[in-house]
Each structure stands twice: as C-alpha cells, then as structure tokens.
Unconditional design. Sequence first.
Length: 496
Amino acid sequence: MAEGMDDVISKLSGLVRSEFSKSDSYKLKFIMINQHVLIEKFNLYLKLTGRTSEYLNLEGMCNGLSFIAGCFADQGMIKEFYDILEMIAQWNPQTMSLQDSELITNLPKDYNGEPYKNIGDVFERFLNEITWHHQHGVLEKETGISQAERQKQFEVSSNKKILEQFAVAFIATKPQLTNILEHVAKEPNRMVMISGGKHSTEVYILPNNHFAYYDPTLDYRPSEFTDPEKLSNFIQEVKYQYLKQFSDLDKNMELYISAYQIYDEHKNVAVVDLSKDEEFLNHLLTETSAFFHDGELDSNLMKKSLAIACYFYNPQSVRALLKYGKYDDIYMLEAFEKAVGSLSTSCLVAVLEEGYKVSKDTLVSAEFLFKVYITNPSQMDKLRHHKIMNILTYYYNHPLQSSIHDPIYPRLIATIEKNSPENLSLLLEQQTVNQEFWQDLIRRAILLEKKPCIELLLNKINFPIDSDLAMFAKNTLDLDLDNVKNNFKFLAKIGK
C-alpha cells in the first residue's frame, strides 16, 4: 500500500489506523481512481477513437484534473466528481459500449448542469477540460498556447469566469502551512491550487469554511477536512511522502499556491469579488509571516514568488509582493526581468506603474532577456515580445512622474486587468476621480487591450487623451477601433 494510504482509509472507514489493518471485519472495497488509472483509460479511449494520446503522457495532467475537481466543488458536486472518476476507472471497452446511455443512468450531470449523453460524452468533456487546464509550461511547449489562453477558451465553452486572485511561492513548515490554510479559509467559495515537487493538488474552501481536498495521486476519495492543521499534516504526509520529495517532515516545504474564484457569467458578481484580491494577499503575507525566517525577510523566496506571479500572469500578486518588499530595487528588477521573460504584458505594466524606470539600457536588457528565456520562440512568442518592446518604448518616451498607491487604485486596476467593465463602472460611481487618475486608468486599459473597459472609460471623460497613447492603441496593439461602440465619440477623443 502506498505511503499515506492508511491515513486515507482511516478517514474513510472511521476506524482508528492501528485497528483497521488488523481487523477481519474490515471488508471495505475501493475503486482505484488515481491519475495513473485514469490516464490509462483516457489513452485507451483515444486509441479506440483513432486519435493521438501523446500529451496525456506529459507532466501536468494533475493540474488539469485538480482544476476540474475545483469546478465541481464550486457547484457543491464533490461527491458527483468522484462518482464520475469511479465510472471512468471501471470502464471496460469489451463489456461497456461508449454509446450505451443505460450505463450512465445513475451518473450525475456535469458542473454546468448538463447531462452526459453516454460514456463517450463523459470522456470527451473530461479530456477537453484537462486540456484547458493542463499545467502551463508543459503543454505550452507543445502547442504554443499558454494555460491562461486555454482557460479563456474554457470560459467561452462553459459560461464560467475564472478569476485568479493570487499566485505566490512559500517555503512552508507545518505551522506556516497551517497558518496559510487558516487564512485562506476566511474567504469561502474559492479554489486553491497547491503545487510543488512537480505535482498539483487542489483545496476548495467550502461555504462552512471546511476544506475539500483533492490529490490526483490518491487511490481513494478523502472526506472533508474541518481543521487546517489536520489538512496541513495530511498534505505533507501524503502528498510529499508519496512523491518521496521530503524524507524529513520538519524540513521546509516549497509550495506554490494560487487561488481562484469561479463564477457563472450569467449571474451578477458583487464588486468585492474583484476588488479585494490584492488586499487579501497583503494580509496573508503579513499575518502568516511565511516569508520570514529567523526574523528576516527571505530575499530568495520573494524573488521566487515574483517569478511565480509573472509565470501565472498575475499582476495583483506582483503589486502585493512589491509593496510587501517596500519597493526595494532588487525586487523591482526581479519583477521586471521575470515579467519580460514570461512575456506577461499585464505583469510588466504592473511593474512599470509601480515605479520601475525605463532607460535605453532597459530596452537592450529586454531584448537580451527574450533570447535567454525563449530559446526557440514561436510566432506567438515573437508577437508578445513585440508588444512588450512597444510598451517599454512608450514608458521610455513618457516616464511616469509618480506612482499611485491610493488604496482604491489597485481595486480599479484589478477590474481592468480582469476585463470587468460592470465592476469598474460600479467602483467609479463610488469615487471622485481627477483627470490625472482618469489618464492612468485609460492608459492601463489601452496597454492591456481591454476593449470593453476602454469604451467605458472614454464614454465617461470630456477631455482628449494623450495623442501618443492614441496612436499606440491604433497602430501597435491592433485594437479594432472601427468596431468600438459610439465610434464617432471614441475616435474624436483619441484625435483621429
């Protein structure tokens, strides 16, 4: 039995660990649902339907499965998720036809409330969604499409919106990991991805502030966790012992934690859902002290966290980390280099707006970093790099006089970064915004190519915007201004 499975069975059976292994009456039978079993079934299905299955053998499948678990948990369908996994694990092509609808009579609907037509439909949907959420770096190398871009396709197909709230790295001892879990449990209805040791797992914070934990390497379904400390112990003892990454459980663990909210596009979302991510991360960093060792801020961990934030295209985390590091030059430089190396325009703009100064040497450095980080660039990579260079050129020609650190500013910017004009409009109605502030918001929206937010902002002002910024919008970022609503008014404001 794999390391840590006794703990799982103890939770499932309700028996004390020392008792059940010796008990003759212990007759529970389990269906193995670990990812190796599932991948074997997925491969078999693709082979039977005449398609390639090479990507299923790549690292990163665990990330896709964990995301799907979070989508089901978000709809209160954790049990149904495991029921579907068991059905997939039990599928035998010799006795179970892919088209036999009778075989899924007792199977639940998917997390969108759509019924499955047959077993083939179950496989198709799961394979598509694993592809949407397959780990960022691995599948991107094969397809040229980032995880963030694939998740946009998922949003279109599912009517769901995925909002990544923060992404950081932690070196977490057991007590620190417990503190982190205690903190994230304060905000229910969010999905937390925990990565490290080349493996991803998922925790969903339930409405009652309990935890639904999914680890694709587990053979069986664990029950709900009520205590952060017990979940922390379980993650270390099962996840890391199973991977044999840490033989000494007292050693620091390296974890990458990213939090998400998933909501239905057709439902109204309170503005607080989009505005408090950065504030939440600031509190987490401060209250858990997870970045401090021996009373001092761990510089290497700060740098690694900035790298993770840029890698996941998460500007909210970049801003929170730079603030936490008191805008130290070493962290500003690290954030700049990782944003350029990750080809993340949103993170780059965040770094520049937080005060990173652009010089001629900066432009040369950006060209060098592109060659170092992207050794075999695709056409998409070249396009992203071209946009990054044009953004840097704009800031070089138009240096910021000062950075705005007003508490409301990150909230307004977050709504632009997440392309939510509805929430942006609500916030603007609550604030008095001067002309300089408006220019800052419009600049962000244009540089980040957020067309709905550009339209909203330009419809609220009565002064022209900077002519160079207008030319940037028309010529550099390929914004199709002719298709923007209120076309005449819009073009008049940009000086066409």
